[in-house]
Ligand binder design. Structure first.
Ligand code: HEC
Length: 399
């Protein structure tokens, strides 16, 4: 496909994906919050779990929850499902346009594993599908009734996905895949469990029978899992702008930290919303901060290279290396067929352009090895050292 056309399609899909994703997560957060804010009131009829008063946009709202269902089918019932479906569909198309069409650039990193584009795409699709199957089996097994053990096993499954994807794909693609893996579980929960169970409840109501409470309970369990998965999914989806997370020898461990951190933050928020307080609740925030700082520290630690042995490096040497390793893509007229314009508008055609980008070059060449993308142009370790030396000399000059 023409790279410019691919860019426009990717922009349209990304816009749509972010929009429907906001709607999905917005409703999901609202309903979890609503559930937690329900209070029993004096004289409230038996079938009601509670009610919540809200004020928004110049008016007061009162929502009450029926457990399991109202005695009769309401005339006008609103469903929330298309947000989830369209988030998954636009997300998968985006994954295909960016990572399947650009598999050799973005999905595959020969330093991680030498794959052909088709085998990489096969692993991607297979991995996402397998994630749902394993997760669903866990929930349906006898463990499904033990909330704590189930939560722990879902966490282990997410860690296994993090480990697995980082062993086969480029760091950037692996992180997006971990997000897609969890996002697929979330959307499939809505499609295969939550909505069908709600439909069964509605059908029972219409038939004048009393619905099975287990249906609502199971849907609620999946919905709570979705609530816990939201934070890590969103972080994984925006992670590709931050090589300091995905360009790390043990990048999957950083993902484990992210999962723990966001799980604790969600736990805290959910407890708070349901009215809990006191030092055990506040302590959760403290644990989250500890995990977060440990993950940041671990991700940031990069042993400095020994530059003493590297001889003097001139800007001409740097220009020669960049011409060789970067300009195929980063030039006003890229020669790499995947680009018609330099990625992110970054070109290294002149000395001035290189000098102005020095801090970014340090980030992607020295501190991480995010560039060249997938090391497509075969940059050598000694070339990275030379760039590091040039940057450190430039720094001493400024001081
Ligand atoms: C195969 C093509 C390709 C090669 C070769 C390549 N880059 Fe890139 N570069 C990209 C793409 C694509 C992006 C945009 C990535 C994104 O959107 O996050 C990028 C982004 C960047 C960025 C911006 C990163 C950010 O997070 O904003 C810098 C800086 C950069 N490249 C430097 C380099 C340097 C230095 C080299 C040579 C050592 C190099 N690139 C080689 C394709 C390439």
């Amino acid at each position: 496909m023409d790279p410019i056309v691919a860019d426009w399609i990717s922009l349209a899909l990304r816009w749509a994906h972010v929009m429907v994703g906001i709607m999905w997560i917005g409703t999901s957060f609202h309903f979890i919050w609503l559930d937690a804010s329900l209070r029993r009131e004096q004289g409230m009829p038996e079938g009601l779990a509670g009610a919540s008063w809200m004020v928004h946009g110049g008016g007061f709202y009162r929502a009450s929850k029926f457990l399991v269902a109202p005695p009769e089918m309401p005339a006008d019932l609103h469903w929330f499902k298309y947000e989830a479906y369209f988030t998954w569909i636009t997300g998968f198309l985006l994954l295909a346009v960016i990572y399947y069409l650009g598999a050799s650039d973005l999905l595959i990193d020969p330093r991680v594993m030498e794959l052909t584009p088709w085998s990489a795409i096969g692993i991607s699709v297979g991995g996402l599908a397998a994630g749902w199957v394993v997760y669903d089996l866990l929930c349906r097994s006898p463990i499904g009734d033990r909330t704590g053990i189930l939560a722990f096993l879902v966490f282990v499954l997410a860690c296994a996905a993090a480990y697995g994807f980082t062993q086969v794909f480029s760091g950037r693609a692996a992180f997006v895949h971990i997000g897609a893996f969890l996002g697929t579980i979330m959307a499939a929960n809505v499609f295969f469990i939550i909505i069908p169970n709600q439909k069964k409840v509605v059908a029972a109501l219409v038939a004048g029978q009393s619905p099975d409470p287990a249906l609502g309970k199971r849907a609620k369990q999946r919905s709570l899992h979705n609530n816990y998965l939201t934070l890590p999914v969103v972080l994984m989806m925006i992670s590709n702008h931050y090589p300091m997370m995905f360009e790390h020898e043990h990048n999957w461990l950083i993902v484990v930290g992210i999962l723990l951190f966001s799980g604790l933050v969600r736990l805290y928020a959910n407890l708070k919303n349901s009215g809990a307080s006191g030092s055990p609740v506040t302590a959760i925030l403290f644990y989250a901060a500890m995990v977060g700082m440990a993950a940041i520290g671990y991700a940031s630690y990069r042993p400095g290279a020994d530059l003493a042995a590297v001889g003097p490096v001139t800007i001409a040497d740097v220009q020669a290396i960049m011409a060789h390793r970067c300009q195929a893509c980063h030039s006003a007229t890229p020669t790499d067929i995947a680009y018609r314009v330099p990625p992110k508008g970054i070109a290294f055609d002149t000395r001035d352009q290189i000098e102005r980008m020095a801090p970014q070059i340090e980030r992607v060449v020295v501190l991480t090895k995010a560039m060249p993308l997938g090391n497509k142009t075969g940059m050598l370790p000694e070339e990275r050292l030379k760039i590091a030396k040039w940057l450190s000399d430039a720094e001493t000059e400024v001081e």
